[in-house]
Design a protein around this ligand. Structure first.
Ligand SMILES: NC(=O)c1ccc[n+]([C@@H]2O[C@H](COP(=O)([O-])OP(=O)(O)OC[C@H]3O[C@@H](n4cnc5c(N)ncnc54)[C@H](O)[C@@H]3O)[C@@H](O)[C@H]2O)c1
Length: 437
């Protein structure tokens, strides 16, 4: 099948290389010339495991092309996928500017019967609006059939998640269009659920809001565990053994970040306000998360009797999660800002996200090239992202370089046995008893 994709971000690019991998002829279009130049050479503009192998293999096989020309990219495509960004506006609603622009860019080049798939996360009703824009701007002979096909991949495992997804949601009011999109995905052998356009749009928001709520719930449980002397890891394990609860997304920590959960929960909340539907749990989910993101700062401040000015704090991890260089809504941003405001000197280290972090956090903190450089002479270490490198660090040797070994683990990711075997350390996890040796 000939497929065109508008937007080569995390979603568009992962979709593009995956569809090429299963044999389709794919052309990815983006307005960002620098990105397209890199992609044409098989270089991935994002850090995503496996991406460059997929790129080179499929470009070489002639199944994958990149262009900035909507005309060239869309020509002859049976299916056009929109995967542009839908960031949040100041009031929390989804900003559909890129989507509207992409629809206008596309309309003039649509051929007689085109299926237009919206993969971007969009509020209920957006497919209808985009169809109207396309119809108003395309040739009168063209018939546009919309399919809502939200994406559920996770950054850091985007390709695996696309190729081995739990489900593919296909929302359309045209049975033929839905069948065609189902056929496009058929080599993946992933269960497809066919539904209406509006239900498909809603499934995406309801799923992300539910996962975010699960995270805030376990974080609230963690804070209670600290107060009453229980261990949230055991509590979560015990809860998760109940199949109705499930054991995923019950890791206590410093909250969710990234390009999806924060903005999607806010956008859904915005919809509930517009529709005057009471959905207070969303407001609590967001409030708990906001507070949880600075929990490590509060703990650090308490440990140093309310004064961290002049202290060197090593912040390990900058990206919002491991295996990505994405800094969007990363908890590290708020932590760095709060600690700097309190007069601390923050030395941050991340294996891949430093370049992006500099753009977001700026020069108010220093950036180390190695983990060792960050922790040297530090008064405390804050583990903010659970990269393998952080999990595997040699805790016993920290004593040789740090002023005193005080660790605040925002991801509960350090090895308990190793910690217990170390001398003269203080370890403060989230929702679990501290280890002091
Ligand atoms: N990132 C994720 O993990 C993830 C997961 C599931 C769903 N989503 C949703 O998918 C959508 C895309 O997210 P992303 O993270 O890939 O975005 P992104 O910001 O990484 O990429 C968007 C791309 O679209 C391009 N673009 C903008 N206008 C264009 C136009 N008119 N024509 C062609 N290209 C254009 C931009 O240059 C950019 O490269 C969003 O709605 C997001 O909420 C993201």
């Amino acid at each position: 099948m000939k497929v065109a994709i508008l937007g080569t971000g995390y979603v568009g690019l992962s979709t593009g290389v995956s569809l090429a991998e299963i044999g389709h002829q794919v052309c990815c279009i983006d307005v960002d010339e620098a990105k397209i130049n890199q992609l044409q050479q098989g270089i991935s503009p994002i850090y995503e495991p496996g991406m460059e192998e997929f790129l080179t293999r499929n470009i070489a096989a002639g199944r994958l092309r990149f262009t900035t020309s909507h005309r060239q990219g869309v020509a002859g495509a049976e299916i056009v996928i929109l995967a542009v960004g839908t960031p949040q506006r100041e009031d929390g609603s989804a900003d559909l500017t890129y989507l509207v622009e992409a629809a206008k860019d596309l309309a003039a080049y649509l051929e007689q019967e085109t299926i237009v798939v919206i993969k971007s996360t969009v509020p209920v009703g957006t497919n209808d609006e985009v169809r109207k824009i396309l119809e108003a701007n395309c040739h009168e002979d063209v018939s546009v059939k919309m399919v809502a096909n939200p994406e559920f991949l996770r950054q850091g495992s985007a390709l695996k998640d696309t190729l081995e997804a739990d489900r593919i949601i296909i929302g359309s009011d045209h049975q033929q269009a839905a069948s065609k999109v189902k056929e496009m995905y058929s080599p993946l052998k992933v269960p497809c659920m066919l539904t209406s356009v509006r239900s498909a749009e809603m499934i995406k928001y309801a799923s992300n809001a539910f996962l975010a709520t699960k995270i805030s719930f376990i974080n609230a449980v963690a804070n209670l565990c600290e107060a009453v002397g229980a261990d949230v890891t055991d509590v979560a394990k015990g809860m998760g053994m109940d199949k109705r609860i499930g054991n995923h997304f019950l890791n206590a920590g410093i909250g969710y970040g990234g390009s999806c959960f924060p903005k999607d929960v806010k956008a859904l909340w915005h919809t509930t306000r517009n529709e005057e539907v009471d959905f207070g749990v969303l407001a609590e989910t967001m409030r708990i998360n906001d507070e949880q993101q600075v929990r490590l700062v509060k703990k650090t401040l308490k440990r140093f009797a309310g004064d961290v000015s002049g202290k060197k704090i090593a912040m390990l991890g900058l990206s919002f999660k491991p295996e990505t260089d994405d800094m969007r809504e990363a908890p590290s941003i708020k932590i760095a800002q709060e600690l700097t405001k309190l007069g601390a000197h923050v030395a941050a280290y991340d294996p891949v996200a430093t370049k992006n972090a500099k753009r977001v956090i700026g020069e108010s903190i220093s950036y180390a090239d190695t983990l060792l450089e960050a922790v040297t002479d530090a008064d405390a270490v804050l583990v903010v992202t659970e990269w393998q490198e952080m999990k595997q660090m040699d805790i016993a040797s920290l004593g040789e370089v740090m002023k005193q070994v005080i660790i605040f683990d925002g991801r509960n990711c350090l090895d308990e046995e190793q910690l217990r075997n170390c001398k003269n350390i203080e370890y403060h996890p989230i929702g679990r008893p501290a280890i002091i040796t």
